[in-house]
Design a binder for this molecule. Structure first.
Ligand SMILES: Cc1ncc(COP(=O)(O)O)c(C=O)c1O
Length: 449
């Protein structure tokens, strides 16, 4: 291992980081983490901070799950790789597919197609949706609907249904035939509607209007996150997801639940879909499926979709996939992670700890008038939106956001900035005392503004 000076001198020199400006990162190099324990991250300068981001909404089991570490170490010795294209598979892949099916049985999911992460999973879902309609004799169903503010990864397909323009404009033109509906964002929306239920009515009406305008028989699928994560932790009214699901069913449009963040307990239920009482046609998963200890994602399909593919002619062959699909080490990690997730019953901790975090953030809003909006309260995810003028809702400038982020870090908590939002999704195993520390550290940081 190279010494600390080497690491500092070469930080961001040869590595282009995702979601960052390469020149700016050379000027202000990123924090170098060298270790982790429980819900704490340790950096090269000797700081230990609570990771209130849970990696990137993904380290659900925290950083010290021994069973998962052991599984990965053992498997990498036993079978470090095996192709799953066509004629071969591995024991762990079979076991993982069984475990995933059991985990998602209540959501009506019947098959899993493993990928290397969430973007791959979304891309696979969009492809399979088109193929499904072709197999059923409706090749004209090629379009996709999604929500503004939704995040569905960065592949061409995912970026095309993405609802945040900063992930889109540098890479346009994107996939044709993708259309976006208003977001369930009560703080800012084109209807000036702050009531969540009435806003849900508006979105449902907008979807019905868009379907009529496009023609239902041209639309392959609609994709949404049960709670919109990267877009700022937007929690829709409980009526929204079921009503959009019904609308899709009425028009033969496949409903894809993007559970990359919401799956595996984050919302206080095992899936966001279950939380809102919805059975989708497809689900996309990643992150919590291995607690991010190994890169794995998956696209899940219902019995009905499985049946169409499995009883079709040769056109039902799936000509998409990844070298690392059903990777033996990743698959073994899935099996252990799901077992650990169930054993620790992480969803039952996510509920009360999420309420604690949300209520703590609401108390801070009473104290600091630059907190414009606080979102969360459904599971362990929270968004705090800062404004420079509460009445005008002027988004806080990025210099101040960066200062707040740094002050929170120095006080002992790692958070994530999404424009003028502070985003939090701590490990689902976090304790009451650790959540209390996050709130204290944010208080310290806000006092510096
Ligand atoms: C809801 C959602 N879908 C898809 C993705 C993309 O996943 P990945 O970054 O693993 O490609 C993410 C990533 O944050 C996500 O939050």
């Amino acid at each position: 291992m190279k010494d600390d000076n080497f690491l500092r001198e070469n930080n961001a020199r040869h590595l282009w980081h995702p979601m960052g400006h390469p020149g700016a990162l050379q000027e202000n190099p990123p924090t170098i983490f060298t270790g982790a324990e429980g819900v704490y991250l340790h950096d090269l300068d000797g700081h230990s901070v609570i990771d209130a981001v849970g990696g990137l909404w993904c380290v659900n089991l925290g950083y010290s799950n021994e069973a998962l570490k052991q599984t990965i170490a053992t498997r990498v010795h036993q079978l470090p790789y095996c192709s799953n294209f066509g004629g071969s598979t591995n024991d762990a892949a079979i076991e993982a597919s069984f475990a995933v099916r059991e985990f998602f049985a209540e959501d009506g999911m019947a098959r899993v197609f493993f990928t290397s992460g969430g973007s791959d999973a979304v891309d696979t879902a969009l492809r399979l949706a088109r193929q499904y309609h072709r197999l059923r004799g409706e090749p004209g169903r090629t379009k996709f609907l999604s929500l503004k503010k939704g995040y569905h990864g960065t592949h061409w397909g995912g970026a095309s249904v993405n609802g945040n323009n900063r992930f889109r404009i540098n890479y346009e033109p994107l996939l044709p035939g993708c259309f976006h509906l208003p977001a369930p964002y009560t703080y800012r929306n084109p209807f000036d509607e702050s009531d969540p239920e009435r806003l849900a009515d508006r979105i449902v009406a907008a979807m019905a209007d868009e379907i009529a305008f496009q023609g239902a028989n041209t639309i392959a699928a609609f994709i949404m996150e049960p709670i919109l994560g990267a877009g700022g932790v937007l929690v829709p009214h409980e009526s929204l997801m079921p009503r959009l699901r019904d609308l899709c069913a009425d028009h033969g449009i496949l409903f894809i639940a993007d559970e990359v963040i919401c799956g595996f307990g984050r919302t206080g239920a095992w899936t966001g879909s279950r939380r809102f009482g919805v059975k989708p046609d497809m689900m996309t998963v990643a992150k919590g499926i291995t607690s991010a200890y190994f890169p794995v994602g998956g696209c899940l399909v219902s019995d009905q979709i499985a049946d169409v593919f499995e009883t079709s002619n040769a056109d039902g062959a799936i000509f998409t996939g990844y070298t690392y699909s059903a990777h033996p080490v990743g698959a073994a990690a899935v099996v252990t992670c799901l077992a650990e997730t169930l054993r620790l019953d992480t969803k039952s901790n996510a509920g009360p700890r999420g309420t604690q975090l949300y209520e703590g953030a609401l108390r801070l809003q009473e104290k600091y008038d630059f907190i414009g909006d606080v979102r969360g309260g459904v599971g362990l995810m929270c968004g705090i939106e800062l404004v420079s003028d509460r009445a005008a809702k002027t988004p806080m400038d990025m210099d101040t956001m960066t200062r707040v982020h740094k002050a929170a870090y120095e006080a002992g908590t790692n958070t994530r900035l999404g424009m003028n939002n502070i985003l939090m999704s701590p490990p689902l195993v976090i304790s009451e005392a650790e959540v209390a520390q996050i709130i204290d550290n944010l208080d310290t940081a806000f006092a510096t503004v």
